[in-house]
Structures are given as structure tokens and as C-alpha cells.
Design a protein around this ligand. Sequence first.
Ligand code: C2O
Ligand code: CU
Length: 469
Amino acid sequence: MQITRRRFLAGAAGALLLGQLPLGCTADTSGLPTPPSHAPELRAQEGSVQLTPPEYPETPVWGYGGSVPGPQIRVPQGQRVSRLFVNDLPQPSTVHWHGVRLVNAMDGVPELTQTVVPPGKSFLYEFDAPDAGTFWYHPHDRAWEQMARGLYGALIVEEPEPPFVDHDEVLLLDDWYLTAEADFHPSFGAAHDWAHAGRLGNWLTINGEGNWTRTTRQHERWRLRLVNTSNARVLPLEVKGLAGWLVALDGQPLSFLQQLSHLQLAPAQRADLIVDVVAQEGEEATLSLLQEDRGILFGTFAVNGVGRADRLPEPEPLPANPVPPLGDLEAARSASLLMEGGAMGGMQQAMLDGRNLKWQQLLNRNKFWAMNGVANVPDDPLLNAAVGETIRIRIINDTVWPHAMHLHGHHFRRVTAEGTHGPLRDTLLLEREESAEIAFVADNPGDWLLHCHMLEHSDGGMKTWLRVA
Ligand code: C2O
Ligand code: CU
């Protein structure tokens, strides 16, 4: 029998792999009387949260610390983050630190960087946070269920000299699929969702609140750090009564401020805004989701008084993070990635676990998507990069669905045939049948996942990986 990568890690050899991690990085402390005391605990557990209006019952969530969102982690740039993850869920889990260019062994990806943490066990995550910006953490095993039930939190890395604002607020935006009793709709794993857009919800929250409200005063300045934590919903957003700038995307500063108008956040994407309250005293400023020409209210800023006579002057762009420049694109190593499948996609067959399966056989295994003809993490990487090499990947979305492609451990830029570059990102929204080319410097050694962040697509087959060595 062929020993695949998956079987290798799942089998006895998995223990060997753990033994190779640097000292202090593995922490299955279950056998020890007390865990290492320097790391605060991050416990995934059941909880009960009022997501919906008070006339509804509380929702039986899964959350870090039992709450939604989980505790906000805030560190100065360059500082070490240490958390002892404890799994009190009824199923295995891991923690992924989305967008952080961290050491590979701490990336939290089952099959690739660690074995899963079973119920009742723990794992010590320890890494340095090189970039200042807005990041977040979430599970990476059965994420389509665990994140839908509320497991996520913000990781904020502070600039040495943050720009002046009156308020700095993280807004984790989520889309929940609930029943009339405010319980989870039981359609987890439903083939329809997996083959179409993913699990789309019927209830929106900011930081777990269905009616998120802040009071403010006219001309106060806010930094709003928006994170789309939805399983699958792309969020076209509109702000009213707030004027200002988009200053960072996916945790990386824009080199020039962009006047804020409309904003679109795909799952996992972030945007940092610096905005001034321009609504009048007694009015409201709002953040809404735009859907078919109507705005669905997400959050409200009630203007209660005047903070200062006029708006503050335009801020400076945030200082750049230490991401290496792209290098010579002509000499870059390149690969191409064909995305196929989904409803109305016409995919006939794909490889799964080393076997060529027909569409109907794939459906029976809840695999609806493939990349370069393979459903799920292939045994061989999409490419092998030398550390420091410039990489270009052409991504072809040959499906009639949008996808939010996320690369672990690196930020990339979208490049055009004319050689222009977009901003640094870690998650790229590709519209239906859209192609794009991304480029980055593979400066972070390890095995890095590249997958769709629509979580049902990801576990429905849309995952591959790169090796940097
Ligand atoms: Cu936010 Cu692979 O994940
Ligand atoms: Cu997708």
C-alpha cells in the first residue's frame, strides 16, 4: 500500500514528527501535573451567548473562554505570543493564527504542521509577531463547524507609535445560520452548501452582538479594525456618517491612504479604517451590509455631543511591515493552479487519496472541488521553493462561484501582465470564472497551506500546499 502523507502523519510516525519540533514548542501537557505557567490559557469550550434579541434564548456556542468572540490578544510588534491551547470541545481542534508570518510549527494545520489536539488535551503555541496590524485566530480542524459555532478571536499587533485616534475598536463581523430558537441550524455538512456558496447565515453580529452600538461625539476619530469571520459570506459594506480612509488590508498597511467609500470583505479578510464622525449631534453613523440595494444594519454609532470643533488633519500612512520586496518577477519560479468543481461546474473527475474518482463518487464523500485535479491536500506540494525565492502563482477560477484564496505564512501581491502590483494581502477574492496572478517572496521555511477560506469549499476539496525549504 502506498504510504501517503496523510497516513504518515496520522500513523505512528506522527509521534516522531512531534519529537522533532524545537524545544518548548510541543506541549501535550496532558501527562504533566501542571502546564507551563508562563503561558495564559486559551480554552475552547462550550458556552452560552445572547447573539439574538432578548426575546430569544441564548445560543449554545463554542467559544474560546466560552465567549464570542474569544479574548482579544494584543501585543506590541515583534513580541512573543504564548498561549496554552486547551481543548474542551467534544472533537479535536487546533489554533491557526491567521495572517501572522510565524514559524511553521505554530501554524495550526492538521496533516501539515501538527497533529490535532484531541478533546481534553492541550498544545502550547509560541511565536513572534513580526507585523503590526489586525490578525485573528481560529480553529483549523472541522473549521466549517467550529467557526460557525463561534470559535474565533482577534490578535492585534500594535505599531510602536500607533496613529492618534480617540478610539481603537476591533469589529469581528459574523454571519450565523440559526433556527427560530436561536440554536444552530442543523445543516452542518449539508451537501447543498458545500457544492454551492458554503454555509450562508440568516443573522449578523459584530463581536457577538446583534445590535452593536457605540456612543460617540462629532469629529471624534476611530480606528475600526474589521474582520470577516463568516464561514462563507462575502460582505459588501457601506459606512454612513463616518468619513476617512482605508489604511490597511489583511494586517498590512497601504502605502498611501485610500479615501473610504464602499468596502468589500471576503471571508477572513480584514480592513483597518481611520474614520471621523461627520454625522451631526443627535444623528447616527452606521455600518451596513449592502444587499440588493438595501442596507442591513450591522452596527450603529450614536452621536451624542461634539468632540471637537473640526475634523483632525489627515493621518500619515502606517509604517510598512518588514515584508521583503517582490524581487525579479521575470526570474520568479511559477506555478499555476486550476480551481474546478462545485454545482454547475461540469467537473467530471478528480484524484482523492490517490484514486481517480468520478463526480458521483466524489459527491458521496462530500468532495465537490479540486485544484489541479486533486481534491484535498495532495501528497506533493504545488511547488517547492527555495527560501528567499520569488514565486508567482497563476490562479484560474474555473467555477461559477467566488472563492477567497488564503496563503499561509506569507503575504502576496496581485500582479498584472503589465507588471503593476496590488496591495499586500493574505486572502484574495476571486469572482466566478476570474483569474489572477499572485507573487510573493517565499522567505518563511516550512509547509504552507493554500486554500479557499469559504470553509465548506476548503474541506470540500479546495486545499493545496507549498514547501519552502
Ligand atoms: Cu484563516 Cu487556513 O485559515
Ligand atoms: Cu471557495
